[in-house]
Design a protein around this ligand. Structure first.
Ligand code: NZQ
Ligand code: ZN
Length: 388
């Protein structure tokens, strides 16, 4: 195991009715003037916004609102939010919604206390200072409620890039599984796929002897495999929603990734798909991850065989471990199909002729992406080809 530091200070308020205490949490963490940031209106239709506003009013906390965050959030609204915060003296950003609203809130939080262009953080500058961020989560997916990351798309050139820094971890996140019951089935499945991807980006590692985090990864994947069909049959299954929601946080606050090298090539390769086609991030991952696996599994057949046996229940073929490895990848792909995810370009609506452009947009130059296997632009093109 490698040395590591792990500081995950977010306060999680989990369970039924917790959103009604949002005002108390804002007060507890020192917020006095709040920007409520949200998406395309699901939180208005569900009545969640009214409940949250009431809880702020109860605590005498003033607020302003900025809605309209799109999935794959854009820089334009971030600039608007930063200006609003500066003009209105906002000291706390409250995101209500999913990864997109939270990520946009994080970008505003960083930009509001920075003199330069907030985009600097999405070109590699670490975020060391930001306004405090709280979240009320409505979809189990991105894990942004507990992560130090934010992903924004810059309209100019449609560049989708990530920023990171401890200051971006929310100070609190409200997680009521009931709030996810209104999700369309497709978004539920995209979320589950994204959560699985966050685990697998950590699972496929070159670090030896990481049995404990391997086992945590496997347990979290097994939970998702068991709970996913339940919520697709009954979207109001509270217990299944609860298990998935907490798994989504644990999958990405890095508890499962400490002390080990992580990969993250599939996320980079996917971000070009969601930047170009504006598809859901989870759907893009369902297309890319199996293709990435088929491209790299020979690098460490025994790790892929372990994944097949422990996660997918395959029988180990000691005479031919490669067959076991491939069986695991096939079962993963079938699982994705069973939860109605696209698994190739055709099903996603992506086009073969865009492959060189997407690979080029990753701007690897002479560099590489990923760690399990370091991939060049040519490798990335081949992975897109395998996903056709
Ligand atoms: O915008 P509204 O109207 O709220 O609708 C949303 C949106 O259309 C809808 N939705 C959310 N909760 C709902 C609901 N509809 C009905 N009932 C509810 N309870 O679902 C749609 C998707 O929402 P979004 O916030 O985009 O989903 P998600 O959480 O998957 O976030 C995706 C974004 O997160 C980024 C992705 O790249 C993508 O841009 N990621 C962020 C990460 C991070 N910050 O750590 C890591 C991830 O790997 C990921 O890259
Ligand atoms: Zn993701």
């Amino acid at each position: 195991m490698e040395n590591f530091s792990f500081h995950s200070p977010t306060y999680f308020a989990f369970g039924r009715g917790k959103e009604e205490k949002t005002g108390e949490y804002v007060k507890q963490f020192g917020g006095t003037k709040v920007l409520i940031h949200y998406g395309g209106g699901s939180v208005l239709r569900s009545g969640l916004m009214d409940r949250v506003k009431k809880s702020l009013e109860k605590e005498g906390i003033s607020y302003i609102e900025l809605g309209g965050v799109k999935p794959n959030p854009r820089s334009g609204l971030v600039y608007q939010g930063i200006q609003l915060c500066k003009e209105e003296g906002v000291d706390f950003i409250l995101a209500i919604g999913g990864g997109s609203s939270i990520d946009s809130a994080k970008a505003i939080a960083a930009g509001a206390v920075y003199d330069g262009d907030f985009w600097d953080f999405y070109e590699g500058k670490v975020v060391k200072k930001a306004l405090k961020i709280g979240t009320v989560l409505t979809i189990a997916a991105a894990g942004s409620e507990g992560s130090p990351d934010s992903v924004i798309t810059r309209e100019e050139g449609m560049l989708k890039r990530g920023a990171s820094g401890g200051a971006l971890r929310p100070v609190f996140s409200v997680m009521n599984p009931e709030l996810t019951m209104t999700l369309p089935a497709y978004q539920t499945s995209c979320g589950i796929t994204d959560i699985m991807a966050h685990i697998m980006e950590r699972y496929f590692t070159n670090t030896k002897d990481v049995e404990f985090t391997d086992r945590l990864c496997e347990a979290t994947l097994l939970t998702l495999i068991k709970e996913a069909p339940k919520v697709l049959i009954d979207p109001k299954d509270y217990e299944a929603r609860a298990n998935i929601m907490w798994a989504g946080m644990v999958a990405h606050n890095n508890l499962l990734g400490v002390g080990r090298e992580q990969d993250w090539a599939s996320h980079g390769i996917e971000h070009e798909l969601s930047a170009l086609y504006d598809c859901a991030h989870g759907a893009g991952l369902a297309v890319i991850f199996p293709a990435w696996m088929k491209y790299v599994y020979r690098h460490d057949v025994s790790r892929f065989a372990q994944f097949a046996v422990r996660v997918w229940g395959c029988e180990m073929d000691f005479a031919n471990p490669e067959a076991t490895a491939l069986e695991g990848i096939a079962r993963f792909e079938s699982f994705l199909t069973s939860i109605n995810m696209p698994v190739n370009f055709r099903q996603l609506g992506a086009k073969e002729e865009d492959i060189p452009k997407m690979a080029e947009n990753m701007k690897l130059g002479n560099g590489t992406c990923g760690n399990f296997v370091k991939l060049t632009t040519k490798d990335v093109e081949k992975i897109y080809q395998l996903a056709l």
